[in-house]
Design a protein around this ligand. Structure first.
Ligand SMILES: Nc1ncnc2c1ncn2[C@@H]1O[C@H](COP(=O)(O)OP(=O)(O)O[C@H]2O[C@H](CO)[C@@H](O)[C@H](O)[C@H]2O)[C@@H](O)[C@H]1O
Length: 642
């Protein structure tokens, strides 16, 4: 197999008007990576091909066009010599401008103040072409929080004037859920990917929805029963292959797909999520920039969960379609204690590590977690290289999709309600108790858990605590799937505590909404939690979170303080939205839970205050999207990291 074979489309779609220039290497990176692969260094004939059609730039020759969103901002398209849309000029609605437009270009980061009449001033920056690469994106595919984020953050960024594409696989599982892709049309413009000893043809499907280009990579390996990563027999053995395809296809898509008539072009920002997309920054540096392609692109790695790194034997490196000289980017050696036998050298390739050492910026999904992953305990072996890159590591707390998760309009729940009128919440509780076959008792504290049945989520602690907790007058419902040992335990516990415990094994989004609305308390004893979304959903639904004080849980849940300054017996002016506990022990978890139970039973005004404080907090993506814009801006200020 020739992993160095140049991508066919790279030749067919010359995008750069400038002659081939050597990419700028960052000396900070040199100790980690080898020099340029010699074979690629000599590939100048392609540079000649690329530069033939270079001419004078005549940006914005198509003139302004109007986008019909509510804000009615005028955007003039900025087009490069090859018809690629490289950016927009943002022209505020007349009467709202506080500063003249001038000659802004998409790559010149300038701020434009747009004053919303009667509202606070919103800062809108010049737009970027943003390409999300992810293994899952709701509502099309979802196994966890990654899908939620990649299903809603792109929409929030698009609403702020950016051109946004999300690239994920087109999973066909042979179930009714496949219809979620029915709105996506075949673009009929496949690309060839050179990897794993051969040529793979991948296709692209596309749907334009809510201002975002949803692009689905199509390949037979994404068509099989199960979920995105595995089936009832376990994790798929070819995931490295499948997500290598995704990354290669994602690098080609902005160059070759004329979405809405224009490609995204080279001047884009790749926002790559977790290990599944982690080859993208490595490919940009090793395969594209040596040919002058993507020299103006930047990449941001978003770490949602560092426990999953995409580690495979070192020998698989030659399958990945990367130049041999770049082994150092992915090369990884297990510590001695983690090796399986005496002759095991521990050598491996680690996808996530590849992105950590090549991406221009790194973001995690909460501030707390961005610190934790630089520690020995939280870095899962990557803390040292993350510490080296601490200066470009940031934490941005996730928002949530407040349209999908809105108790006032949620179609999945029995009765809608809001902070102004909480009466519907108890109806949701009664309906949930009926649905689960639990005794219908609105006065009995109902505790819920929703999540993957995984070590991360602290299921072991729940298992230890259940015999003791079931002595109290409480009901407990769990929804989750994952580790079969935990699934069996849930079934057995349900049999043991028929009037108190229900364990729903499976993945069911409507039921997760009903549990979030119907419970009084949501328990999250996660061993670690990069951000956590369920506690945010819970607070928005007036369900009080009791969480382990870690990562994003610590950042987002404030412990109830009934004695805050100015508070009284009715609970007014008290502070907090839930309870956090530490250390991660059964005892401390039970103490926190019992505080919550006691407050629910005996201090109704305080409980209502807790509910209302949680329900009225701002969970929208606006804040996070603004912070992502800042990081993107910084990424473009610096030269490519490598
Ligand atoms: N059985 C089931 N049925 C229905 N829905 C279910 C379900 N099990 C889980 N879900 C849903 O999946 C999502 C889980 O999101 P989380 O953020 O809590 O965890 P996850 O570990 O997957 O995400 C990782 O990425 C996210 C996003 O960055 C981080 O918040 C998080 O800390 C990190 O571990 C929620 O929407 C939840 O309702």
């Amino acid at each position: 197999m020739d992993s160095l074979e140049l991508p066919r489309l790279l030749l067919h779609h010359p995008r750069s008007s400038s002659p081939l220039t050597r990419p700028q290497y960052n000396s900070r990176f040199l100790p980690q990576l080898p020099n340029f692969p010699s074979k690629l260094k000599n590939a100048t004939k392609y540079a000649t091909l690329r530069s033939i059609s270079g001419g004078g730039s005549d940006a914005s020759k198509d003139g302004p066009s109007a986008f019909d969103d509510d804000s009615a901002l005028l955007l003039s398209r900025e087009i490069d010599d090859f018809g690629s849309l490289v950016g927009f000029r943002l022209i505020p609605d007349s009467g709202k401008t506080t500063k003249t437009q001038g000659d802004l270009r998409s790559d010149e980061v300038e701020k434009l103040e747009v004053e919303n009449v009667g509202e606070e001033k919103a800062k809108t920056r010049v737009s970027y072409n943003i390409v999300f690469v992810t293994s899952e994106a709701a509502p099309y595919s979802k196994t966890g929080g990654l899908a939620d984020v990649c299903g809603s953050l792109p929409i929030a960024l698009a609403a702020r004037g950016h051109r946004v594409m999300v690239i994920s696989p087109r999973y066909i599982h042979g179930t009714a859920a496949d219809s979620k892709y029915s709105g996506a049309v075949d673009l009929d413009s496949g690309v060839k990917v050179f990897c794993f000893g051969g040529v793979q043809e991948v296709g692209f499907f596309h749907e334009y929805r809510e201002g975002v280009d949803w692009v689905f990579v199509d390949h037979p390996s994404f068509h099989r029963p199960g979920n995105p990563y595995g089936d009832k027999f376990g994790t798929f053995g070819d995931n490295q292959f499948r997500f290598t395809l995704l990354s290669h296809a994602a690098c080609e898509a902005p160059l070759v797909l004329p979405l809405g008539g224009f490609t995204y072009g080279e001047k884009c920002l790749f926002l790559v999520n977790d290990w599944h997309a982690s080859l993208v920054p490595v490919l940009l540096a090793s395969k594209y920039r040596p040919h002058g392609v993507y020299k103006d692109a930047r990449s941001i790695l978003v770490i949602h969960n560092i426990a999953h790194q995409g580690v495979e034997p070192a020998i698989t490196y030659s399958n990945l379609g990367l130049p041999p000289d770049w082994y150092g980017a992915l090369g990884w050696v297990f510590p001695t204690w983690a090796r399986t036998h005496a002759l095991d050298t521990g050598e491996a390739v680690n996808f996530l590590k590849g992105a950590i050492v090549t991406a221009d910026r790194i973001v995690t999904v909460s501030k707390g977690y961005s610190w934790e992953i630089t520690t020995n305990e939280g870095g899962f072996g990557l803390h040292e290289i993350l510490t080296e890159r601490r200066s470009i590591l940031s934490g941005i707390t996730n928002g949530i999709d407040v349209t999908e998760w809105d108790p006032l309009s949620d179609e999945h729940i029995a009765c809608n309600y809001s902070a102004d009128d909480l009466s519907g919440k108890v109806k949701c509780k009664i309906a949930l108790q009926k649905e689960l076959g639990l005794p219908v008792r609105p006065d009995c504290p109902l505790i819920g858990f929703v999540g993957r049945l995984d070590y991360q989520k602290g299921i072991d602690l729940i298992r230890q605590a259940i015999p003791e907790l079931m002595q109290d007058d409480v009901q407990f419902v769990m929804l989750g799937s994952g580790n079969p040992i935990y699934e069996d335990w849930m079934r057995a516990t349900e049999l043991a505590y028929k009037d108190q415990f229900r364990g729903w094994v499976g993945f069911n989004v409507p039921v997760s909404h009903r549990i979030t609305a119907g419970c009084d308390i949501l328990l999250m004893p996660s061993t670690f939690e990069p951000c956590g979304l369920n506690q945010l959903y819970a607070m928005r639904y007036g369900t009080i979170p009791v969480v382990h004080e870690t990562g994003g849980l610590r950042d987002t849940v404030q412990t109830f303080n009934p004695y805050a300054e100015g508070s009284n017996a009715e609970g007014s002016n008290a502070e907090g939205t839930g309870w956090t506990f530490s250390p991660l022990t059964k005892e401390s978890m039970l103490v926190a839970l019992r505080y919550a139970i006691q407050t629910f039973n005996e201090h109704k005004p305080s409980w209502e205050g807790l509910m209302k404080r949680g329900m009225t907090r701002d969970y929208t993506w606006v804040n996070a999207a603004t912070q992502y814009e800042q990081i993107i801006e910084w990424a473009f200020m610096d030269p490519p990291y490598c």
